[in-house]
Every structure is written in structure tokens, then in C-alpha cells.
Design a protein around this ligand. Structure first.
Ligand SMILES: *Cc1c(COP(=O)(O)O)cnc(C)c1O
Length: 462
């Protein structure tokens, strides 16, 4: 297209005013502010000019108005949008990690729309503490003296290191060379250490670090020993890591606290489900670690939160640090977390907490669901096959749970089919294995089976 052609096409585009008149008809301009609708119309016109420059024809007034309506629908509808996780990855980082339990949702709902005793002592009629209730729950489920909750585990570690090894005291923090890890999203332990004002002292080697390596690094500038759970990778072969209780004994002898970043924060025995043993919070606490750090939305199965379990002396020190206010948790997170921890106290985690319900789901239950899908879809393109689910979320790397998958041999390409599955009002997210689209019932909740069946049927028709 010549420049003249492009200019002619540009001139044929409607003005914002003309578009607005069209949109009034569509109800959009009545439902949202004038400024918001004008801005959206301008963005759409800009994008349209770009596509004309790329050789596309100019759309009609009606088409443009329809595009703007669609854009408003996409951008201004409630978000995040619920979807179906058929990937078989239980704690899926891109899909919002852990779905909340029913009791946790109810607690959020109750706390969200009403005043509450978040920081109020109802009996005394005076100011209360945001942390008091949750601290006791953390102590009860982990066996620690007390607890503290902040926004997420990354900020818990940042707060912990700042309070223990920040300016004004000894600064050196001893970390094994095998544990200076990157968690994901660019969160690297050595960077966090520096950011908190601590000095990193690396000991041992990538594959083998002994308690004596830590011992020989301790001096009068040592602020802490930090253990980090390598949650998203595994080192196998000729390896050694120092035992927690040895480190605690060493720390006690030399007056140095031991900090343990557990990552996913497991409270249950994973070997009961045929998985490798994931270190538990209770083990860390029992070993005598001064401060244990873990996430609320990995294996705890609750809301995003950073949980600290530990000795009163050290936990209080973190609570008093100025950063504590900067990383504090909100009332909805606290409500969801207290309900989630209560499920562990009731020993009902498997029934109530979705993440544990999925991990502990029997093959029979999974196969039954898959067979139901197969029957209802009723197409030669689908079949059942054995496969593997994973825990995900930086927990139990390399560990899998046997499952039954619904496998679809798509009429076209696997990518195109997976895209169609995502294009419905409730997107269905599947996995692709060797050009076969597979859907895992383990991570699909009971009420979502109909959505899966409809989506697959529709995608097969296209
Ligand atoms: C996931 C993880 C973190 C970060 O936790 P968030 O709650 O995502 O901030 C820190 N350390 C380890 C070892 C982790 O696995």
C-alpha cells in the first residue's frame, strides 16, 4: 500500500465522537465514565491505524464499536478470571498457586465486607494485635513457641535477614555453596542477603557441605547461619548437607542463630502419598532452629503469605523491625490463613484443603472422573492413558503422582486445539505431550467436569 492509500484509509476511520454515539447504543458509554470510554476508543483507533499500516483494511464503524465493546469486556470484567487447571500441576505458579479451602473462602468473605476485631481486643475494648491470634495458631500447628505472618515468604526472609544481620550488629550470614539458589522470578538468595544489609559468607562446595565448614567460618562478625531448601531442583550423586540439629548445636555453642528457609512449608508426611520426604516445618522446629520461614500458598494450601515460626526472642525481634510494617499481611490473607491452619489442627487437611485433597486423591477416583469425561465426549479422538501429575510450586522437584489422563489426538495441531480449549468463557488449560493434548482430572475440581467436557466437545467440532 502507498502512503496515499494509507492516508485515505485513515481518513475513512470514524472520529472518537462518532464512535461514542455508536457506543451509547451499545450501552458502554452509559455504564462507564466518559473519560474511560474515550480512552478505550482512542486506543482502539491507534491499534487500527497500526494494522492499516501493516496492510489491513479499515474496519466499519460498527466493527470498530464491536471491537471496543469486546475490549471493554476483556479489560473491565472482574479479574483474575477463574479457569480450569487440567495440567495436573497441583501448585501451579502461573495459575494462582493454591486454591483456597471452603472454610478459608468463607472466612475471607466474612472478614472482607464487615468491620472486624483485626486489631481490637473485644473483651478489653482496647487496641489489640493483628498477629496475636495467628501467632498462637502457628505455634499450635508447628510446635514452635510463636509465629509471625507477613505478605509472602520472600518478604519474610528479607525481614528476617534485615532484623538478624542488618545494620547495627554483626552482619555475616553463612550459607552453603549448594544453597545460594534462585527460587524463581529472579529471587536469588545472595541478592536478598545483600539487599538486607547482610554479608554473604559461602562455605562448602556445590555438592558437599559439612557442619565443620560452617564451624570454621564463625567469627565475631557472624550474625546467623542460613539454611535454604533447594525447592526447585535436586542434586543427586556424591552429595552431603549438614544436618539441621548439628547446625543448631553448633549455633548454640557459638551463640549464632540458625535460620531455615523451607520454601513450601510442609506440615504433613509426603511419603504417605508415595512422594519423597519433603522436610516438614515440625522437623525444623524440633531441631531447635531459631527461625523457620515458609510460604502460605504452597504446601500449606492457603493464601499468599510468609509464615515465620520460631523462638519468642527472635520472632519478637522481627516483629519490632521497621520493615515488618512495610511487609505486613492484610485482613483477607489473615482470615484465609487462620481458617487454613485450623484445618490442620482438625486433622482435616485432606478433606478441606484443595492442594492436599488433590495430592491424596486415589487412582480410582481419578480414573472414574476420566471415564466419565470419555463417555460424555464420546469421540474416537479421545482415549485414556496413564500419566503423571506433579506437585509444582517449587515443591518436590522431580517427584510425580501416577494419574489417569484424558488424551486427545487433535484433528489439527495440538497447539491450535489447546488454544480452542482456552477460548471459552471459562478457559480450560491442558498440557501437551508429544502432539497429544492431555487433561488431568486430579487438578480439576468436582464442579468443573462439565466445563471440561463441553470445552473438549466444542474444540473437537471446530
Ligand atoms: C517459593 C520460595 C520462596 C519464596 O516464597 P514466596 O511466598 O513466593 O515469596 C523462598 N524460598 C524458597 C526456598 C521457596 O521455595
Amino acid at each position: 500500500m502507498t502512503n496515499d492509500d494509507i492516508n485515505t484509509q485513515f481518513r475513512s476511520l470514524p472520529s472518537v465522537e462518532q464512535l461514542l454515539q455508536e457506543l451509547v447504543l451499545g450501552g458502554l458509554a452509559g455504564a462507564y465514565s466518559h473519560a474511560a470510554v474515550v480512552s478505550l476508543a482512542r486506543q482502539q483507533l491507534n491499534d487500527t491505524r497500526d494494522s492499516i499500516r501493516e496492510g489491513k483494511d479499515s474496519p466499519s464503524l460498527q466493527q470498530l464499536a464491536a471491537d471496543i465493546m469486546a475490549r471493554a469486556e476483556e479489560e473491565w470484567s472482574p479479574w483474575p478470571r477463574p479457569l480450569v487447571n487440567a495440567t495436573g500441576v497441583v501448585i501451579h505458579t502461573n495459575l494462582g498457586r493454591a486454591p483456597l479451602s471452603k472454610p478459608a473462602m468463607a472466612a475471607v468473605n466474612a472478614a472482607a465486607g464487615s468491620y472486624s476485631d483485626l486489631e481490637f481486643d473485644v473483651r478489653e475494648g482496647s487496641r489489640g494485635s493483628r498477629q496475636a491470634h495467628i501467632s498462637r495458631l502457628i505455634a499450635e500447628v508447628t510446635g514452635a513457641e510463636t509465629g509471625l505472618v507477613v505478605n509472602n515468604n520472600a518478604s519474610a526472609i528479607m525481614l528476617g535477614l534485615s532484623a538478624v544481620a542488618g545494620p547495627g550488629g554483626p552482619r555475616e550470614v553463612i550459607v552453603s555453596r549448594g544453597e545460594g539458589v534462585e527460587i524463581g522470578g529472579g529471587f536469588r538468595i545472595p541478592d536478598v542477603l545483600r539487599q538486607s544489609g547482610a554479608t554473604l559468607v559461602e562455605v562448602g562446595t556445590t555438592n558437599r557441605t559439612y557442619t565443620r565448614d560452617y564451624a570454621s567460618a564463625i567469627n565475631e562478625n557472624t550474625a546467623a547461619i542460613l539454611k535454604v531448601h533447594p525447592s526447585n531442583f535436586r542434586v543427586i550423586g556424591f552429595t552431603h548437607e549438614a544436618e539441621l540439629d548439628e547446625l543448631v548445636t553448633l549455633g548454640r555453642e557459638r551463640g549464632v542463630p540458625v535460620l531455615n528457609d523451607l520454601g513450601s512449608g510442609c506440615l504433613l508426611d509426603t511419603t504417605r502419598y508415595g512422594l519423597a520426604p519433603e522436610p516438614t516445618v515440625q522437623q525444623s522446629v524440633n531441631a531447635g532452629v531459631e527461625l523457620s520461614f515458609f510460604s502460605g500458598d504452597k504446601l500449606i494450601g492457603g493464601p499468599q503469605a510468609g509464615i515465620i515460626a520460631g523462638n519468642t526472642e527472635w520472632v519478637d525481634r522481627l516483629g519490632r523491625h521497621p520493615l515488618a510494617r512495610a511487609v505486613r499481611i492484610d485482613k483477607m490473607g489473615l482470615a484465609a490463613l487462620s481458617a487454613t491452619l485450623t484445618s490442620f489442627l482438625k486433622e482435616k487437611a485432606h478433606e478441606e484443603i484443595p492442594v492436599w485433597h488433590m495430592i491424596s486423591m486415589s487412582m480410582d477416583t481419578i480414573t472414574e472422573t476420566a471415564e466419565g469425561w470419555l463417555k460424555e465426549i464420546d469421540s474416537p479422538a479421545v482415549s485414556l492413558r496413564e500419566g503423571q501429575s506433579t506437585v509444582g510450586g517449587g515443591s518436590l522437584p522431580g517427584e510425580t503422582l501416577t494419574t489417569t489422563l484424558l488424551a486427545v489426538i487433535p484433528p489439527d495441531s495440538a497447539d491450535a486445539f489447546a488454544r480452542r480449549l482456552r477460548s471459552g468463557p471459562t478457559p480450560v488449560i491442558a498440557r501437551i505431550e508429544d502432539e497429544v493434548v492431555v487433561l488431568d482430572p486430579r487438578t480439576v475440581s468436582d464442579g468443573q467436569s462439565d466445563i471440561v467436557v463441553e470445552a473438549v466437545k466444542l474444540a473437537l467440532k471446530a
